[in-house]
Design a protein around this ligand. Structure first.
Ligand SMILES: *[C@@H]1O[C@H](CO)[C@@H](O)[C@H](O)[C@H]1NC(C)=O
Ligand SMILES: *[C@@H]1O[C@H](CO)[C@@H](O)[C@H](O)[C@H]1NC(C)=O
Ligand SMILES: *[C@@H]1O[C@H](CO)[C@@H](O)[C@H](O)[C@H]1NC(C)=O
Length: 503
């Protein structure tokens, strides 16, 4: 192994003294760490493959200061038209680490991933990939259990939220409840839900309700999963609305709770939570249609010490506490910068709480050290991004949750604030007085994201939940006469390694 060291200049710029204090630190290419699913692209198929590089110095310590470390990555190999086509993107986290993500077109053989720094190989680079690498757009379904193994989803098999959500549904005779669920929830003006059936790798659905546009998210999800695994046979109702449906108590005490899949769960309902359409879409469209995703949001321009020590909020007027926050921001302008971007729910109070301000890019949020996460209609689906962004998250206590909240711990991953926001000022002051703790929580939050909320995990969660769900269905899964069949979208196929139009 070659063992070269390079000197790397880093500068700590103190905005206070306007002085620049530069020192030399030595980057050790052999000790520098490279890891992540993108180094196993033959096993782990994702819309964008990604891996991490963390610079290590000659004392074996992680380099953590603000740096622009120029790693060079190349993906070489052969496809049917000669050299592979790939697209590479670097996300500099300015903490000595970089996320590298890439896509390939169709398929690629004899792949070699090389990671270099100043023309010297880093860690175990070059990485030779044994098997053919296929684009996520290729139709290459694998056995689900093998897929779960290859994708290292074992942690998700003991996932607390999944076992909790399913604990009341050990044996589900769907034939016996299919009609009742519809009778109970079919209210076209207020409820939109879809019945999905997955059988023999075909996806069918029928939707009920006036506003069913959001079905496109589940269509895309099932279609993406079908490209990589043989889907388990199953059927379920998906709630397309914000609010969970299967309420605890009341009538249901006698009829038993009905299983309904929702993107948001709540303490007072039995809904089975799926990763939100938002984080799922950003997973499926990574390096594609979406600008903001769980990887790109980690691009940092402003290190912790240069962030403004103020609580920041932008959002719609979808909950009374968001307006209350405006009052607080007016009273404590040195502690809170909050504005409403759109008035809809409390339109008649726009005079009082306006003016509304234009949306700003999420990246601008992270100029501010403290991020205020206040519920909207239900849980605020921005929380994953806030946790990843490198600022400290203040989270309003809430009965609503996304699929991962049960793993979050107060003062470890975020600072809790009371539902009525009565302690928010006190908590922001606490953070200002305890900057080291605050920074530590922000770092732990990002670590949580790295272990739970990246594209690989979003795939694992869906697959694990669907597998478990399928196992619990005791009545035969049948396609009903008036269901619509989805056409699976893919641009190439594994079996012949050819483009679809050549099949
Ligand atoms: C890159 O390597 C060359 C020769 O190995 C060395 O002279 C140069 O200082 C290195 N540059 C950096 C930024 O480490
Ligand atoms: C499921 O329910 C249907 C209708 O109530 C019934 O006919 C059927 O026998 C049940 N199936 C099982 C496996 O219990
Ligand atoms: C509040 O944040 C906005 C958006 O970043 C910024 O333009 C504005 O100057 C901030 N207000 C204050 C008082 O700092």
């Amino acid at each position: 192994m070659n063992y070269q060291m390079f000197s790397l200049q880093y500068c700590v710029i103190s905005t206070f003294l306007l002085l620049s204090n530069c020192q030399n630190q030595i980057l050790d290419v052999a000790k520098t760490q490279v890891w992540g699913p993108g180094l196993k692209p033959d096993d782990i198929v994702l819309p964008a493959r990604y891996f991490f590089i963390h610079a290590i110095d000659n004392n074996g310590k992680k380099i953590t200061s603000m740096t622009h470390i120029n790693f060079q990555v190349s993906i070489d190999g052969y496809s049917k038209d000669g050299k592979c086509r790939s697209n590479i993107n670097y996300i500099d986290r300015e903490d000595g680490s970089v996320i590298v993500r890439y896509t390939i077109a169709d398929f690629c053989e004899q792949v070699e991933i090389s990671v270099k720094y100043n023309s010297s190989h880093v860690a175990q680079s070059p990485y030779y990939i044994q098997n053919k690498v296929y684009s996520e757009r290729c139709y290459c379904p694998q056995n689900l259990d093998i897929w779960l193994l290859n994708n290292r989803c074992s942690d998700f098999l003991k996932e607390k939220q999944i076992s909790w959500d399913l604990h009341l549904f050990k044996r589900v005779n769907f034939s016996a409840i299919r009609e009742n669920i519809l009778k109970r929830y079919n209210a076209p003006e207020s409820i939109s839900l879809c019945h999905y059936v997955v059988k023999q790798q075909q996806i069918w659905r029928k939707c009920f309700g006036k506003y069913t546009g959001f079905k496109m998210f589940m269509d895309a999800t099932l279609s993406a999963l079908a490209r990589v695994v043989w889907l388990p046979e199953m059927e379920f109702y998906l709630n397309l609305g914000d609010w969970p449906l299967s309420r605890k108590g009341g009538q249901q005490r006698t009829s038993g709770p009905y299983p309904i899949f929702s993107w948001c769960g709540s303490d007072d309902s039995y809904d089975i939570t799926l990763p939100t359409y938002d984080i799922t879409e950003s997973t499926l469209e990574n390096m594609g249609r979406v600008m903001l995703d769980m990887l790109s949001v980690q691009q940092t321009d402003i290190p912790w010490d240069n962030k403004e020590e103020i609580g920041f909020f932008r959002g719609r007027d979808s909950r009374r506490e968001r307006l209350k926050l405006i009052d607080l921001a007016r009273k404590f302008p040195d502690l809170i910068n909050a504005s409403i971007t759109n008035f809809f729910f409390f339109r008649n109070e726009e005079q009082k709480y306006g003016p509304r301000v234009p949306h700003i890019s999420f990246m601008e949020f992270f100029r501010y050290k403290y991020q205020l996460n206040i519920d909207g209609a239900v849980a605020a689906y921005r929380l994953p991004y806030l946790l990843a962004g490198g600022s400290l998250v203040f989270k309003q206590e809430s009965p609503y949750y996304e699929h991962f909240y049960s793993k979050l711990l107060p003062y470890k991953h975020y600072v809790p604030i009371k539902r009525d926001l009565s302690d928010i000022i006190e908590k922001i002051r606490w953070a200002k007085d305890n900057d080291i703790r605050a920074k530590e929580i922000a770092l732990t939050a990002r670590k949580f994201v790295e272990e739970n909320l990246l594209p690989q995990h979003i795939y694992c969660y869906h697959m694990t939940l669907f597998k478990e769900w399928s196992n619990r269905l005791i009545s035969p899964v049948k396609v009903l006469p008036d269901m619509e069949k989805l056409s699976l979208s893919y641009s190439c196929s594994c079996e012949k390694g050819q483009n679809r139009d050549e099949l």
